[in-house]
Design a protein around this ligand. Structure first.
Ligand code: SF4
Ligand code: SF4
Length: 345
């Protein structure tokens, strides 16, 4: 099993004489391993490809990635199109709980959230045609996600989503107070503005707000929706440590009644607010896999170790370790003193 991904932004097929096609051993044996697509871009058949990697090496623009997967991976949960990124597995929202999601960038976290909020429909690799809900139900029969997808299909379930790129909010000329009023389906605009320390900014226009204010504005707008599930994509970006804690407390409070899923890079914040963790791993921009639900500590520790115990998968060949610096750690330090001060007064 292998994945071939073509980066169309890098491929300049008009200038290279299709070096990838010329070098492919499959093509030399008259197989259609790589062909010119109708729009000129090469199309790689993952079924015929042997995974030798020669095309990726020969491409002068580094436009091809060939990744051999360890063992059979089954159908992806979602794939955008031919020779594109694909995602295996899905996120699992839990009632009255926060599910934290951790993984490196470009590994499918935002795609997984888009599926949860119904903006993308699971297609199990069949990207050519949008699958019907009957087909989707068949594919996920017996899996934990089936009830969630059914509720989404029957529109019995409302979701609110905090986008990743909060800068988009600044395109509006509205004042912050007006924007919050517009989102407010719970009659809580004043309370949430106060809790997120936005009260003094209510009369300012959105483009005048700092990154941290825009982030808290986007979080407030999401919390003001009357939904069954709330999704937050990187709520800590632009925030200082104190503001991160403020937001984490609000998210925890929300989960007393609702389902919450949070994609977060700050592991301390993730640890504080999550009841469960799902780890995403794979190859950036090529494929992502979503782990089973894990207890928070277990999930974070396995992410740091690069090894998922239940899945028996090592996804990184080194562990991430943090050095503790401080008085205790520096006790007994030896070596030349580079600079010293007189007594401070
Ligand atoms: S992938 Fe590389 S070698 Fe193949 S057509 Fe595009 S630019 Fe040329
Ligand atoms: S990896 Fe090898 S077999 Fe597969 S498309 Fe590239 S050159 Fe052909």
């Amino acid at each position: 099993m292998r994945i071939a991904v073509l980066d169309r932004g890098k491929c300049k097929f008009g200038t290279c004489g299709y070096a990838c096609i010329k070098v492919c051993p499959g093509v030399k044996m008259r197989e259609e391993t790589i062909v010119r697509g109708a729009d000129g871009y090469p199309v790689i058949s993952e079924e015929l490809c042997s995974g030798c990697g020669l095309c990726a090496k020969k491409c002068p623009f580094g436009a091809i990635k060939i990744v051999n997967l360890p063992g059979e991976s089954g159908k992806p949960f979602f794939q955008y199109g031919p020779n594109t990124f694909r995602l295996y597995g899905c996120l699992l929202p839990k009632e009255k709980s926060v599910v934290g999601v951790v993984g490196v960038n470009a590994i499918g976290k935002t795609t997984a959230l888009e599926i949860l909020r119904g903006a993308l429909r699971p297609n199990f690799g069949g990207y050519a045609e949008k699958p019907s809900w009957d087909e989707i139900r068949n594919e996920v029969r017996g899996q934990e996600i089936v009830n969630y997808l059914r509720a989404l299909e029957e529109k019995k379930f409302r979701v609110a989503h905090k986008m990743q790129y909060v800068e988009e909010l600044a395109r509006s000329r509205k004042k912050l107070g007006e924007a919050l009023e517009e989102c407010d389906e719970r009659g809580a605009a004043g309370k949430i503005a106060e809790e997120l320390e936005l009260t003094n900014s209510l009369s300012r226009k959105l483009p005048e707000l700092s990154g941290g204010e825009l982030q808290r504005a986007a979080i407030a707008c999401t919390m003001l929706r009357d939904a069954d599930a709330y999704f937050f994509d990187e709520p800590s970006s632009y925030l200082d440590v104190r503001q991160r804690l403020l937001v984490a407390k609000r998210i925890r409070a929300l989960a007393e009644e609702k389902s919450v899923v949070v994609v977060e890079h700050d592991l301390a914040v993730l640890d504080y607010m999550s009841d469960y963790v799902q780890v995403l791993y794979g190859v950036r921009g090529v494929y992502g896999k979503i782990s089973a639900l894990k207890g928070t500590r277990v999930g974070i520790n396995e992410f740091l170790d690069g090894y998922l115990r239940d899945e028996n998968v090592r996804f990184r060949d080194y562990a991430i370790k943090f050095d503790v610096k401080g008085a205790a750690a520096s006790a007994g330090r030896t070596g030349a003193v580079a600079l010293s001060y007189n007594d401070l007064r």
